[in-house]
Design a protein around this ligand. Structure first.
Ligand code: FA5
Length: 350
């Protein structure tokens, strides 16, 4: 039996090295580890062994099973990576040097992605709100639980007007007004607040392949009784799978924003490099795309909503980064270049 087990181990390694698809892996797994598989059949005859042999052979059989399972996982990952790379290679990568067609205009890629997101959220019952680019300190910071001189302000330096107003550094600046606009319908008629508000944001920061001083975000909020993190995750996943029309690797990790508790950073595996690391993702393989979390009680209170009775989630999607990922734009600065030659490569499918 020892020889048979060793033969299965060697055979498995040789067979797996020839496999090239997920389907072949599954067939192989069933043939070896399945209920009627080669290894399982041998294990069924263990009862015939002597009392001394049984634990030794049992241990060996376990080792062989673990070995084969590890090899299957390794092979599965290898095949998945190759498939992802193939998909990325087949993506219509934006080519700054492609000949231009200046004879007709086209929509900016950010407009296309914004419309796509609006369509998705509208279909899920969200309203689309417009908001000013010049806002007050209260709207952008204080109503969001960021008092004057709070260290969290350092994360978002922006451009100030002489009258004390500022260019909004985040679409969250519209949250307070949205709550005030819809709170009566929520409280009196039980209509949940479900709104998205796309908009241009500004930050006084150094630019690089994934940072601009002017970029677009799309905020989303939902407030009702019993809203939980599960609702948040559901809407995020639906949105991403609809935008990319394929499975995207996503990770959720803790993130700090004074206006949510708990807060998360939602990252997606970089589609420019397939997660290998490149300048577009600061060589991490991941791109911060959509911070989110449960709306902080103080923020609800500032909007006239009782946090004891209502809860909600909020997210701040990086629309510009989404456009980069969707269209394979490697450097965010190309999107603000205003170059007709570059922009005419994008077409609207409406
Ligand atoms: C915010 O702006 C929060 N208001 C988001 C939020 C909303 C959190 C609601 C919780 C609840 P942050 O600074 O990380 O968070 O920006 C959000 C997204 O905007 C980033 O993930 C990124 O995709 C995009 N972004 C931020 N700064 C830039 C920049 N300089 N250039 C391009 N995109 C940017």
């Amino acid at each position: 039996m020892r020889e048979k087990l060793e033969a299965i181990r060697q055979n498995a390694e040789a067979e797996l090295s020839k496999i090239t698809s997920a389907e072949q892996i599954e067939n192989f797994r069933v043939a070896v580890l399945g209920k009627k598989g080669e290894l399982t059949s041998i294990l069924k005859t263990m009862g015939k062994l002597s009392a001394e042999e049984r634990p030794v052979i049992g241990q060996l059989a376990n080792d062989v099973r673990t070995f084969i399972e590890d090899k299957i996982t390794e092979k599965t990952n290898e095949i998945k990576e190759k498939e992802t790379q193939r998909e990325i290679d087949s993506m219509p990568i934006f080519d700054i040097s492609a000949p231009s067609d200046l004879s007709r205009g086209s929509y900016h890629p950010i407009t296309l992605v914004q419309r796509e997101c609006e369509r998705i959220f509208k279909s899920m019952g969200f309203t689309v709100e417009d908001y000013s680019e010049v806002v007050t300190d209260y709207e952008c910071f204080e109503s969001l639980n960021i008092p004057k001189h709070h260290p969290a302000r350092d994360m978002q330096d922006t451009y100030y007007l002489e009258n004390g107003q500022l260019l909004k550094s985040q679409t969250s600046a519209a949250q307070n007004a949205i709550y005030k606009k819809y709170k009566d319908a929520l409280i009196n008629d039980g209509v949940p607040i479900k709104a998205i508000f796309p908009g241009r944001c500004f930050r006084n920061e150094a630019t690089d392949a994934c940072h601009e001083n002017t970029f677009f975000q799309m905020e989303g909020v939902m407030v009702d009784k019993n809203i939980s993190i599960s609702n948040l995750i559901y809407f995020m996943k639906t949105m991403l799978s609809e935008v990319f029309r394929k499975d995207i690797k996503v990770r959720l990790r803790p993130g700090f924003f004074p206006f949510v508790e708990p807060g998360f950073e939602l990252d997606i595996s970089c589609l420019i490099c397939g997660g290998e690391g490149c300048p577009s993702c600061k060589h991490s393989g991941w791109l911060e795309l959509c911070p989110c979390g449960m709306i902080h009680p103080e923020v609800l209170k500032a909007g006239g909503i009782d946090p004891e009775e209502y809860t909600g989630f909020a997210f701040g999607l990086g629309l510009t980064r989404l456009a980069m990922m969707k269209y394979g734009v490697k450097d965010i600065r190309d999107l603000n270049s205003g170059s007709l030659k570059s922009l005419s490569q994008f077409t609207d499918d409406e």
